[in-house]
Design a protein around this ligand. Sequence first.
Ligand SMILES: Nc1ncnc2c1ncn2[C@@H]1O[C@H](COP(=O)(O)OP(=O)(O)OP(=O)(O)O)[C@@H](O)[C@H]1O
Ligand SMILES: C[C@@](O)(CCOP(=O)(O)O)CC(=O)O
Length: 489
Amino acid sequence: MYNIFNAIKKNHELIFQSINITPMNNTARAFTAPGKAFLAGGYLVLEPIYNAYVTALSSRMHAIVKNRDSDEVPSSTITISSPQFQEGEWKYEVDNGNLVKIPTEVKQRNNPFLEATVFTVLSYIQPKEKFNLEITIFSDPGYHSQHDTTTKLSVNKTKKFLYHSKPINAVAKTGLGSSAGLVAVVTTALISAFEDGTIGNLQNVIHNCSQIAHCYAQKKIGSGFDVATAVYGSIIYRRFDPGLINELFQHGFFNSQNDEQLKQSYATALVNLVESKWEFNNTRCTLPPGIRLLMGDIKGGSETPKLVSRVLKWKSENVSQSSELYKRLNQANLDFIDALSSLHRFYTETPATYKDFLAYLQSTSVAVLESNSQQTDPKLAPFVNLIEAIKNIRSNLRDLTAYSGAEIEPQSQTILLDNCNEIKGCLGGMVPGAGGYDAICLLVIEDSINEFVDSTKQDNKFENVAWLNLHEEDDGIVEEQVNDYSGLL
Ligand SMILES: Nc1ncnc2c1ncn2[C@@H]1O[C@H](COP(=O)(O)OP(=O)(O)OP(=O)(O)O)[C@@H](O)[C@H]1O
Ligand SMILES: C[C@@](O)(CCOP(=O)(O)O)CC(=O)O
């Protein structure tokens, strides 16, 4: 009979054949993973048939991992510190003979995302030798409120971080996906501590482990767009089958965590899942040349789980109305994705003409273009299609708001986005992700961005918006220079 366990083991050994499972002493490596702006596909992306468009950001989560002398500790230890936050240290002591075990923090400090990451990676790799790992986390300024902070720079001034006076749970977030970035970068740091190669060939393993750990920490299976973006960068994303992870979480191990046989079969199921090929879309993308993402943090906030459960309830109770609306919203999302790729083609084929049109658009606004739509130059079509797609995404999200009662594009956000459309250089904007009162995302012509921001500063229509100092950087996980963190570690 074909022995599935041996097949899995063989594959596992193949993946790790270049990996030295004993951590290398006193070496350090640094990695970063980006935050996200979810431009198109919210709600629909919960189903594995719809594509979404997610942009990776210049705000990144950092992890520097060091292998310390294992003789310094009584048993294998992972110490994770996040020095920008009060009480930001979590220490996990584990037994190499018993790694398929949910670790407890030595001082009972709870960080479900770190706990889930340590649990998942150690159950997956099961290092045989004793280890003593030290991981330091930093998050770029965009992730959290900048209120009540002090700044520290690295010696060579390439890294700048804000230090908060409170613990992580008491500091307001801006919604860039801090937990997804954290899980992805700590997963990478942990896996890399046991290998001596580059991370390129481990990207899918890192992604799958991170998705499993993130779902485990959240106690729910979201679409995973934030974790996928943290690993792969800006992507057109269609989710994986949620059944993959559901099945793992229904394993008997979670009901009887001391049963040796269940531990073994859980580890086998985990290895199998991490190393299998997941069906999902992670096609790389990037915004067209000369077009910049501008994100505004809004005073106020919304809770994604509440919005999601309201939409899902309405959807299940209104099957035909919801399927028609989903169809229209999906078409608008696909038109948005198509418009962006036609702009890339336009630029590649005739860069000079593309730049001329961008310059023309700098002198006008979406509101003016809409009022003159009859006279618009037909050559402007690729840009007009983008503007039109954004308009259609918004009008369908407003319908979703009205039908479901979930405040996805509430009236104050409609007014704000319409006001942005009055300003020269803005090609339109939307409520990102689940929407609500958290944020807005705009596409603005790069050369107009300073003028755009300045004109909003003098206008009280924009008093509730704080423009975030970030832009698209389309890379996923990358390895950084450890020296760039000197003075901070
Ligand atoms: N710099 C950090 N250091 C330590 N833990 C962190 C850090 N950033 C995030 N976390 C962990 O992630 C949790 C926040 O995760 P949560 O999913 O609530 O927010 P988020 O991912 O930023 O949300 P959103 O998807 O809306 O952006 C924190 O409570 C903490 O456990
Ligand atoms: C509503 C949803 O589709 C997007 C949530 O996005 P955000 O966390 O608001 O950026 C949920 C999900 O995809 O998990």
